[in-house]
Design a protein around this ligand. Structure first.
Ligand code: HEM
Length: 532
């Protein structure tokens, strides 16, 4: 059937098109500009409807501030964070005071549930439905577009990789005698490093404490991972550690601007932190790739020396499963590097910061060391059962560090409930450890550094159920044993040999710390002298 098109221009100059059929029945449509306005109106109404939906909370979702289009509750959280001096954990704790221990938020595109007390945190960490890890650009960009590694992967992929790494790290000493030897060796290096500094100056040395432990902590892990020991002078490593500290101070555990508002990656790559995130990850990746390439040159498949070798062996094996790849090996190294060094050295950093402010703790610790070990030899991990007070300092150091931050986020794998509330699939669920590790109802005086809280009436170690700084359940920390051994021996060895005081004429350091993925004690100094 033939259709012709009639076009005419009306008095206002607008063009109008009508179609006529051969039967000459004219269907005169709306003028073109009306149609255009109608389309615009429909589009606006549709967008309005979508924005309206954006503000609707799922039924029985955990309570929290109102959701606005696009931003969700982000502006409210940002304001509260500003009011709380920039600390996200404090802003969330304040929200929990207003709405209850389980807070429902929407930050940009991310639906989040934050657990802020012991019962909800325990429920979240033990329920299989919450064993996922978040998805999205933030969690994928770090490994160049595909989720890899151990920290932020889930389901079959993660189960297989976690099992492999744990099994083989054990072969290289993880949790065994070889690990103890490595930790003891690094504690000795640390003491010698301090001695060199202290003996070089009359009256002791003023030492920057916040980053005094990073190299030794990393060495204990890296020897098992890649048979590598770094020196204090290694400039490449120093640069990398500074970059990581910068990165960790600029992102939060629950994401960052460009992950919550992904369009910012394109319109404001610098201001949204995207560019810096990519640059730092690129540098870490290149550093690790260089180490891996060096490793390959000396690799002998019949004599694996460390985890890298066992993994390379697996890559050549015909039984290799799809989850194994060279980029996954690099991602594992990156995760271990990030999870392993920053956390332990910052726990030590906070521990020594508080000990500077509470000399009675140092005195009690030194008395125990003198009684059990004496001064003729360095402490070792066999002394641990006889040194409950130093062990209690370890628990307390980790408490004051993790009490300022969140767990690694989890994700609901399916629609489920938490604390009686509805949590839809793919919601990010995170624990604010401040709600357990700094809860006045649980600890009485959580802001006081008091290792005795971990000792019972017989002076034996007592750890309450609500002490969960290493997580719980299937995703629990893989490095807890190594971390606690490092903190124990580094603390015992330093207290055995040195006294630490606030440098005369300076203000006592502040304990507020610097917020970030892992909180940092910030830069502070101690006057370190040989013990008499
Ligand atoms: C004081 C030191 C440390 C603290 C407080 C700490 C804390 C944590 C926490 C809270 C989690 C998350 C648990 C969860 O999501 O439910 C975690 C996971 C993890 N940690 Fe640690 N950690 C420390 C040291 C280490 C060390 C030394 C290593 C390396 C050997 C390590 C490797 C990991 C890994 C690989 C995961 C991910 C586990 C998984 O998702 O399966 N951590 N850690």
């Amino acid at each position: 059937m033939q259709v012709d098109i009639l076009e005419r221009t009306d008095l206002n100059g607008a063009r109008e098109t009508a179609r006529s059929s051969p039967s000459k029945v004219h269907e005169v449509g709306l003028p073109h500009h009306y149609k255009m306005w109608l389309a615009v109106l429909l589009f606006v109404a549709f967008m309005g409807f979508l924005l309206f939906l954006d503000t609707k909370k799922p039924k029985n979702f955990p309570p929290g501030p109102k959701w606005y289009p696009i931003f969700g509750s982000a502006l409210k959280v940002a304001k509260m964070r500003k009011d709380e001096g920039g600390y996200l954990y404090k802003a969330t704790a304040e929200l929990a005071r207003q709405y209850g221990p389980v807070v429902g938020l929407k930050v940009g595109k991310d639906r989040q549930v934050v657990c802020c007390d012991y019962p909800s945190i325990k429920e979240m960490l033990t329920k299989d439905e919450f064993d996922g890890r978040p998805q999205g650009p933030f969690y994928e960009t770090r490994t160049w577009g595909t989720r890899r590694g151990l920290l932020l992967t889930d389901e079959e992929f993660w189960v297989e990789q976690r099992r492999f790494v744990l099994r083989h790290l054990r072969d290289f000493g993880f949790g065994r005698r070889t690990m103890a030897e490595l930790v003891e060796q690094e504690a000795e290096h640390l003491v010698n490093y301090f001695k060199e500094k202290v003996n070089a100056e009359k009256g002791g040395a003023v030492i920057e404490m916040a980053d005094a432990f990073g190299v030794n902590v990393l060495n204990t892990l890296w020897m098992m991972m890649a048979s590598i020991r770094y020196s204090y002078e290694d400039q490449e490593l120093k640069k990398l550690q500074n970059l990581l500290t910068e990165l960790f101070a600029n992102i939060d555990m629950v994401g960052t601007l460009f992950s919550q508002f992904p369009f910012l990656r394109h319109v404001a790559p610098e201001a949204s932190g995207y560019k810096q995130f990519i640059n730092i990850h690129q540098k870490v990746w290149t550093f690790l790739k260089t180490e891996l390439d060096k490793h390959k040159e000396t690799f002998n498949e019949n004599e694996p020396r460390d985890l890298m070798d066992v993994y390379l062996q697996m890559l050549q094996s015909p039984e290799k499963n799809a989850s194994f790849s060279e980029s996954q090996l690099l991602a594992i190294c990156m995760d271990m590097f990030m999870a392993g060094s920053e956390t332990t050295s910052k726990s030590l950093g906070f521990g020594f910061l508080y000990m500077l402010l509470t000399p009675e703790v140092v005195k009690k610790g030194q008395e125990e060391i003198d009684r059990v070990v004496g001064r003729e030899r360095l402490p070792n991990l066999n002394d641990r059962p006889s040194m409950p007070y130093i062990e209690a300092i370890v628990y307390e150091s980790v408490r004051v560090f993790m009490g300022r931050t969140f767990s690694i986020p989890h994700r609901a794998l399916r629609d489920t409930t938490l604390h009686g509330y509805y949590v839809p699939k793919d919601t990010m669920v995170v624990a604010n450890f401040n709600g357990t590790l700094m809860d006045e109802n649980l600890w009485g005086d959580p802001h006081v550094f008091r290792p005795d809280r971990f000792l019972d009436e017989n002076g034996k170690i007592f750890v309450p159920d609500w002490y969960l700084p290493f997580g719980y359940g299937k995703h629990r920390c893989m490095g807890q044993t190594l971390a606690r051994s490092n903190i124990f021996l580094f603390t015992a060895s330093l207290l055995q040999n040195f006294d630490f005081v606030i440098p005369p004429g300076t203000e006592p350091p502040k304990t507020c710390g610097v917020d970030g993925v892992t909180p940092s004690p910030g830069s502070y100094y101690a006057l370190v002298t040989n013990r008499c």
